[in-house]
Write a protein that binds this ligand. Structure first.
Ligand SMILES: *Cc1c(COP(=O)(O)O)cnc(C)c1O
Length: 356
C-alpha cells in the first residue's frame, strides 16, 4: 500500500531527493566515503556546505547585506537567540498567533521587557491580527512574528512594516514566497520544508549581527557563526547535504514562487472540499488560511478519532492534530505530491458517505 505522510514535521521529502541521497550514501562521488563520514573541514564537505548556502540565497533572493547561517538547536533555540542578539534597548513586541509564537514570546520574557502587542488567542487562533492597526512601541528593538502557524493553520499574507522584523518561518520557508528585504532576521528549523531535522537556517541582516550582549552564549551569537562561515563547530553535515539536494530540486522545480503556486493548488483542493462537505470544517478565517497546514474537524471528537484510525489503515498517516488543537491536521509541505492530497480527499469523501 502506498503511504502518504501528513506529519507536521519531520515530513515527506520528494522521492527524487531520497533516491539521490541513497545512491550517494555509500560512496559520495567516488570519494570512497559517505557524507556522514567526511570531515567538515575537508574539500568534499566544504563544497556541499557552500553550494547549499548559495542555492538558498538564489532561491530566496537573499540580498548581499544578509548573512545566511546554518546552526543547530532547532527553531526553539532561536526563541532565545533572537532576544540575546537583538535586544539593545531591552524592549521587543510580539504578535502571538499560535502555539510556537506563544512559546517564542514566553522565552523572550526572560531577557527583557517584551510584550504581546496583538494576539488572536481569544478566538482560538483562527486569524492573523491586522498588522496595520497594531500599536507597536517606537523604542522596541524588534517585532516578532511567526509567518505560518503550524498547529492552527494560519499564515501571514501581509507583513508588519516596522524597522526590525524578526520571523519564525519554520513551517513555510521555501513554501511561500516572502521578500527577504522586509525582514531583519528570519529563522527556520529545516524539518518541514527543507529536509531532515538537525539543521536550522538563520538569515540575518548584517548590521543586526554584532549587537549581542557580552553574556550571549558564543554558540548563539550570530556574528560569531557568520564570521566562521557556519563552521565554528561541527555543523549537521548530513542535514546540510540533504538540504542542498532539496534546494537543487526546488531550483529545478522553478523556484519558490512556482512552489507557492503548487502549494496553493494543493491546499485549495482540500479547503474547497472541506467547505463543501457536510461533516468537515476548518475554522480559520478564509483570508488567513495556511497553504502548508490544513486543520479540520468532523462533527464530534469521537468521529475525529474514528477518522484518524481508519485513515491510518488506508495509508494516510500522521493526520492527528496537535495535542493543543485536537481534531485532524493535514500538513502538505513542498514534498507532498498532489496525488497524496487527492487520495486524502477521496478517503474523506468515502468516510463522509459512511458516517453522515
Ligand atoms: C516546528 C516549529 C517550531 C519548532 O521547531 P524545532 O526545530 O523543533 O525547535 C518552531 N516554530 C514553528 C513555526 C514550527 O512550525
Amino acid at each position: 500500500m502506498k503511504i502518504y505522510n501528513f506529519s507536521a514535521g519531520p515530513s515527506m521529502l520528494p522521492v527524487e531527493v531520497k533516491l539521490e541521497a541513497q545512491r550517494d550514501f555509500m560512496d559520495y562521488k567516488g570519494s570512497g566515503m559517505s557524507v556522514v563520514e567526511m570531515s567538515h573541514r575537508g574539500k568534499w564537505y566544504e563544497e556541499i556546505h557552500f553550494e547549499a548556502m548559495s542555492l538558498l540565497r538564489e532561491l530566496m533572493n537573499i540580498p548581499e547585506d544578509y548573512y545566511v547561517l546554518f546552526v543547530q538547536g532547532g527553531a526553539s533555540t532561536q526563541f532565545e537567540a533572537v532576544p540575546l542578539n537583538l535586544l539593545v534597548n531591552g524592549k521587543a513586541d510580539y504578535i502571538v498567533t499560535g502555539n510556537f509564537s506563544s512559546k517564542a514570546f514566553k522565552e523572550s520574557q526572560k531577557f527583557g521587557d517584551t510584550v504581546c502587542v496583538a494576539s488572536s488567542k481569544e478566538d482560538n487562533f483562527t486569524y492573523i491580527p491586522d498588522v496595520k492597526s497594531i500599536a507597536y512601541r517606537p523604542d522596541a528593538d524588534y517585532v516578532h512574528i511567526t509567518t505560518n502557524n503550524t498547529v492552527y493553520g494560519s499564515q501571514y499574507n501581509e507583513l508588519p512594516e516596522v524597522p526590525v522584523l524578526a520571523a519564525d518561518m519554520s513551517s513555510n520557508i521555501l513554501g511561500k514566497y516572502y521578500d527577504v528585504s522586509k525582514f531583519g532576521v528570519i529563522y527556520a528549523g529545516a524539518q518541514k520544508n527543507i529536509g531532515p531535522a538537525g539543521l536550522t537556517v538563520v538569515i540575518v541582516k548584517k548590521d543586526l549581527a554584532g549587537r549581542a550582549k557580552p553574556y550571549c552564549p558564543t554558540m548563539l551569537n550570530w556574528k560569531v557563526i557568520a564570521e566562521s562561515d557556519s563552521l565554528y563547530n561541527t555543523p549537521p553535515t548530513f542535514s546540510i547535504y540533504m538540504a542542498m539536494l532539496m534546494f537543487r530540486y526546488l531550483k529545478k522545480f522553478g523556484g519558490v514562487k512556482e512552489m507557492e503556486k503548487f502549494n496553493t493548488y494543493k491546499s485549495d483542493l482540500l479547503y474547497n472540499f472541506i467547505d463543501n462537505s457536510t461533516i468537515y470544517a476548518n475554522k480559520v478565517r478564509k483570508d488567513c488560511r495556511s497553504i502548508m497546514n490544513v486543520p479540520f474537524i468532523t462533527t464530534s471528537p469521537e468521529l475525529d478519532a474514528k477518522f484518524i484510525k481508519e485513515a491510518q489503515s488506508a495509508g494516510l498517516v500522521s493526520l492527528k492534530g496537535h495535542k493543543t488543537a485536537g481534531g485532524m491536521r493535514a500538513s502538505i509541505y513542498n514534498g507532498m505530491p498532489v496525488e497524496g492530497v487527492q487520495t486524502l480527499i477521496d478517503f474523506m469523501k468515502k468516510f463522509e458517505m459512511e458516517n453522515k
